[in-house]
Design a protein around this ligand. Structure first.
Ligand code: NAI
Ligand code: MG
Length: 357
């Protein structure tokens, strides 16, 4: 019997509970197949926590995460809380949990499944062979810098400040090189060094660290150019490492290469093996409660958790292969179906994947 692993499960809002339920079935199936033992603990987070506890990130949820080997998160947020003050917004909880758990990097694989090339808005020949990872810095930059308003001669003025120190840049850049070393050994460092001082420090830091990884080929790419190249030659990228806001935008763009945000997993990591795993998509209020959300992103997040935190490589392979087999057999949820009338629901997709394992 494998040792008991504690997984903190946070279903969240909107489609979060629907897709997390399918991921839990997959976890359970790996217990049967591989003798793993998971102890699942559930906690409130996001909008539902605001409603029931008056804060997006209750202390006991944070404590639950700290006790766990890994966290599985659905999604949080929705129109109901959009006009709340900052401390009562689900996104504040998201930023807060990442900071409190020391998660400084967000890893998003964007892999184009051959059988889904028809689901993307890009030409199949452009997408051919696309298999890249975007590593985004999570704890610094303009999202965390001082923000305030003031009066000016031209009416009210708003200020957002972007701050990065060398320590923050170094740790994420090292992670970029390390991930690249395990893959095709190509690292694209994305910045805006022609105009931003934080970007100039970023680029200097990358250049200083690069000699420690002589086998990795480094390319500096300006963020606007990167946005273009991702559409023009996506398969030429291997690992992209970048700061918080650029990574937020580029990782959503990379997500769309694959055709649906419902297919993409992600990991947020810190220094050790602990990680928070979640689908890239949000709570999808427009389809919540209808049982039609694609659970694959969350299921693939479990596979990523097995790889990056738990070291259960074999089970990760089994999950990823099951997803591929189910897709190859032609099963599709609405978001990836060409013929929407043949689309299957969330539970049916989860059941097919579990059966294929
Ligand atoms: P979203 O990702 O929730 O939805 C964008 C579009 O993709 C919608 O049309 C939705 O129906 C579709 N979609 C998303 N996931 C899907 C799935 N699994 N299967 C099928 N279709 C899917 O992004 P949106 O609409 O910008 O945000 C909605 C809420 O989610 C907001 O409150 C936002 O703040 C929050 N959000 C939360 C995130 C998180 O928890 N990490 C990340 C992004 C947004
Ligand atoms: Mg985003």
């Amino acid at each position: 019997m494998a040792e008991v692993k504690k997984i903190a499960v946070i279903a969240g809002d909107g489609i979060g509970p629907e897709v997390v339920a399918e991921a839990e079935k997959v976890l359970k199936r790996t217990e049967e197949l591989f003798g793993y033992q998971f102890e699942l603990e559930r906690g409130l987070f996001g909008g539902i926590a605001i409603d029931e506890r008056g804060t997006p990130l209750p202390d006991d949820t944070l404590e639950m995460c700290r006790r766990a080997d890994a966290v599985l998160l659905g999604a949080v947020g929705g129109p109901k809380w959009d006009n709340n003050p900052k401390e009562l917004r689900p996104e504040t909880g998201l930023l807060g949990i990442r900071k409190a758990l020391g998660l400084f990097s967000n890893i998003r694989p964007a892999v184009v499944f051959d059988c889904l090339k028809d689901a993307s808005t890009l030409k199949p020949e452009v997408l051919e062979g696309t298999d890249l990872i975007v590593i985004r810095e999570l704890t610094g930059g303009i999202y965390f810098g001082d923000k305030f308003r003031r009066d000016s001669e031209n009416g009210r003025e708003a200020v957002d400040t972007c701050v990065y120190n060398e320590t923050e840049i170094e740790r994420i850049v090292h992670q970029g090189f390390e991930v690249a070393q395990k893959r095709r050994k190509k690292l694209a460092s994305v910045d805006k060094a022609n105009v931003l001082e934080t970007s100039r420090l970023w680029r200097e830091t990358v250049n200083r660290i690069a000699p420690e990884y002589p086998d990795v080929e480094v390319e500096h790419v300006l963020v606007d150019n990167c946005a273009m190249q991702l559409l023009r030659r996506p398969s030429s990228f291997d690992v992209i490492v970048t700061e918080n806001m650029f990574g937020d935008i580029l990782s959503d763009e990379a997500a769309m290469l694959t055709g649906s945000i419902g297919m993409l997993s992600s990991a947020s990591l810190g220094e050790g093996s602990f990680g928070l795993y979640e689908p890239v998509h949000g709570s999808a209020p427009d389809i919540a409660g209808q049982g039609i959300a694609n659970p694959i992103a969350t299921i693939l997040s479990v596979a990523l958790m097995f790889r990056l935190t738990l070291g259960y490589e074999e089970a990760a392979d089994v999950i990823e292969r099951a997803v591929k087999n189910v897709l190859d057999a032609g099963h599709r949820t609405g978001d990836i179906a060409v013929d929407k009338s043949k689309a299957i629901g969330t539970t049916a997709m989860g059941d097919l994947i579990v059966a294929a394992m």
